[in-house]
Design a protein around this ligand. Structure first.
Ligand code: PAF
Length: 278
């Protein structure tokens, strides 16, 4: 079993793996089928696979969100090694990744951080890029795998990799959903059974709005009405957005790459989801 806790150990192992194509799946643990799909894809496409498990404090703007974040290291390692016992797992401590002070660096985002998660969670994407850059520096992967549930994060990481000429291909993977359509997230375990079942309406609503030529204002009205029928769920935002710029579109255009994004809070848990409009 290859479970590493120290950057030095990662460095030594990476020296020995130099000849191999490597894939990285960065996670914050509490793994679900969505993560396992990323890991399985990384295994198909690379000779050596690294999964990192680290609840990164600098990307949480809300301390109670960080405190509540689920952790299950032993079960995570078992699930990863169920896919392949040769997969390398790196699960460092906070002081290993932030020896001085757990503080984010400042990045420039070309405006991609000004909307949605970036607007609602100040500093979040600086925290994400701080840890992703440290992990890329340690592992130097040929490919890194990210899920489309966190689509804004994915675009921000792609933009950073392009701008900084980092020789890592960012592979985006489709959202994996629970049986009722709820996008898989480590946070789903924090929901009561009843709310988790009810939350299937989020994807039903997005699906209704996609691909049927609805106007933007009609989409917003449909989403607002759907949430009004589920009063436990606060709608934080609903936005039709251009996939590349992440700016709100003026109108829905079937010939352009556009998506609907929603964020909601329920039982103190933040849930996000999105769907391609065309
Ligand atoms: O998507 C996540 O789980 C996290 O934001 C990431 C990319 C592992 C960085 O902590």
């Amino acid at each position: 079993m290859s479970l590493y806790r120290k950057l030095k150990e990662v460095h030594n192992t990476r020296q020995k793996q130099r000849a191999y194509q490597s894939g990285l799946v960065p996670t914050m643990g509490a793994l679900h089928q969505g993560h396992l799909a990323l890991i399985a894809q990384a295994k198909e496409e690379n000779e050596s696979v690294w999964v990192t498990i680290f609840v990164n404090p600098t990307q949480f703007n809300n301390p109670s969100d960080l405190d509540a974040y689920p952790e299950s290291l032993a079960a995570d390692v078992e699930a990863i090694h169920g896919i392949d016992p040769n997969i390398n797992v790196f699960a460092p401590t906070v002081s290993e990744m932030y020896p001085e002070k757990a503080e984010a660096s400042t990045f420039s985002f070309n405006g991609l951080d000004k909307v949605m998660e970036g607007a609602d969670r100040p500093g979040h994407f600086n925290g994400v890029l701080t840890i992703v850059s440290k992990l890329f520096e340690a592992i130097k992967p040929h490919r890194a795998y990210f899920g489309e549930k966190d689509f804004q994060q994915l675009q921000i990481i792609k933009n950073w990799v392009d701008k900084s000429a980092i020789p890592t291909t960012i592979v985006s993977c489709p959202i994996v959903r629970e049986a009722n359509g709820l996008a898989m997230s480590s946070r789903n375990v924090l929901l009561s059974k009843a709310v988790r079942a009810e939350a299937g309406f989020i994807f039903e609503t997005l699906k209704y709005c996609a691909g049927r030529g609805m106007k933007k204002t009609d989409i917003y009205t449909h989403i607002a009405n759907a949430f009004a029928k589920h009063p436990k769920f606060t709608l934080n935002y609903a936005m039709c957005v251009d996939e590349n710029t992440l700016q709100e579109v003026f109108e829905v255009n079937p010939h352009k790459k556009q998506r609907i994004f929603v964020a909601t809070s329920v039982e103190g848990v933040r849930l996000i989801d999105n769907i391609a409009l065309n």
